[in-house]
Design a binder for this molecule. Structure first.
Ligand SMILES: *Cc1c(COP(=O)(O)O)cnc(C)c1O
Length: 359
């Protein structure tokens, strides 16, 4: 028997029993009235969370499907990839693999993207698209989305593609007001659903751009999604269990209330920050740009992170992250995404404090 391990890694995050139970609903035909009713049921809540009047799409893929799809559908001239960590850095690689002209705007990990640097690059006229990861999950940096969107507003021919995988629904991200042309999120992080579904919305500018590109492929073709969503369907057979789970999650979100949900993330994040300060650790992310959904902790005490995580798992049943990519072991990360509350975060922090005594 393996003991139940509770996840505090920044994705996949812990999934509630209610959500898991919701997935066991009956299978229905994806061209049936039952499916259309299911899509219709999640639609208004999704538009409210995206803060958009644009159609919201359901993709049976992880977020990378839509991240790659965004490049194939929206980049004609060239893309500026804003890079500040493992996920945003990889988007540059993906852009090149899609055969697009791509230019990196790289900052040191732990630092945010500088809006002025974006401005200087766009002023060259070499780009018709920008990719940005709002909350860089590998470093715990939350980028200044408002300031960067103010820059993009000066360049109407440039589509703004924003990944909100680890921040969506944890704080307000008003897609339409920010002028975002394609905003995407995945299921297994901020939304606390199992992995396998992603959600995205696109602007009229994005649809116009897609219509000019002829190698969009099929599975992630924006115009296929648009056409099918007009009749509350998806281009191919969707992961119906996940959409049941999403419907259940939206009930949770709106019965808690958005303001309460946002405040809960601030409070749980603050608890983690207090723990970091009280235990002689430092933050990996620059002050003023720290995520509210996860904390990337610098291992300035030089502990054996691997062993620390192992003991917490074996002795307390909590899984924490050991750092991602090139900062593995030099950092560790704690997530407060999804359903976590002050009551569920406290036992984790107590376990960390106790375990740390022997390090
Ligand atoms: C996890 C993550 C992704 C990739 O998600 P997949 O589900 O593995 O496709 C992309 N962006 C961010 C910010 C992430 O945290």
């Amino acid at each position: 028997m393996t003991k139940k391990i509770k996840l505090f890694i920044p994705g996949p995050v812990e999934v509630s029993d209610k959500t898991l139970a919701a997935m066991t609903g009956p299978m229905i035909g994806h061209r049936s009235g039952d499916f259309k009713a299911l899509y219709r049921a999640v639609y208004p809540g999704l538009q409210q969370l995206f803060q958009t009047r644009q159609p919201v799409f359901l993709s049976t893929s992880s977020a990378w499907g839509i991240m790659e799809g965004a490049i194939r559908n929206l980049v004609k001239k060239g893309v500026l990839n804003c890079m500040c960590g493992a996920f945003s850095d990889k988007w540059f690689d993906v852009s090149k693999r899609c055969g697009r002209h791509a230019v990196p705007l790289q900052v040191e990990w732990g630092k945010p993207i500088d809006p002025d640097a974006v401005d200087a690059q766009l002023a060259t006229g070499n780009f018709d698209a920008v990719t940005l990861i709002h909350n860089e999950t590998s470093t715990g940096v939350m980028n200044p989305l408002q300031e960067i969107s103010d820059v993009l507003r000066k360049y109407p021919g440039v589509v703004f593609i924003v990944d909100t995988v680890s921040s969506f629904s944890a704080l307000p991200i008003p897609m339409d007001d920010l002028g975002i042309d394609l905003m995407l999120t995945g299921s297994q992080k901020a939304l606390a659903l199992p992995p396998g579904l992603s959600l995205f919305a696109a602007s009229p500018t994005a649809f116009e751009r897609a219509a000019q590109l002829h190698d969009r492929g099929y599975y992630f073709d924006l115009l296929e999604f648009k056409k099918n969503a007009e009749d509350f369907m998806t281009p191919s057979t969707p992961t119906i269990p996940h959409i049941y789970a999403l419907r259940s999650k939206l009930e949770d979100i709106f019965s808690e209330g958005l303001e309460n949900r946002f405040r809960r993330h601030v409070l749980t994040n603050r608890l983690v920050h207090e723990w970091v300060n009280a235990n002689g650790f430092e933050f990996f992310a620059q002050e003023g740009y720290r995520s509210v959904t996860l904390t990337c902790i610098k291992n300035n005490r030089g502990i054996d992170v691997e062993e620390f995580a192992k003991q917490i798992r074996e002795e307390h049943g909590f899984q924490i992250d050991r750092g991602y990519g090139k900062i593995k072991g030099k950092t560790f990360r704690l997530s407060n995404m999804g359903d976590e509350t002050v009551e569920t975060m406290n036992p984790l922090l107590e376990a960390l404090t106790e375990t740390l005594k022997t390090f």
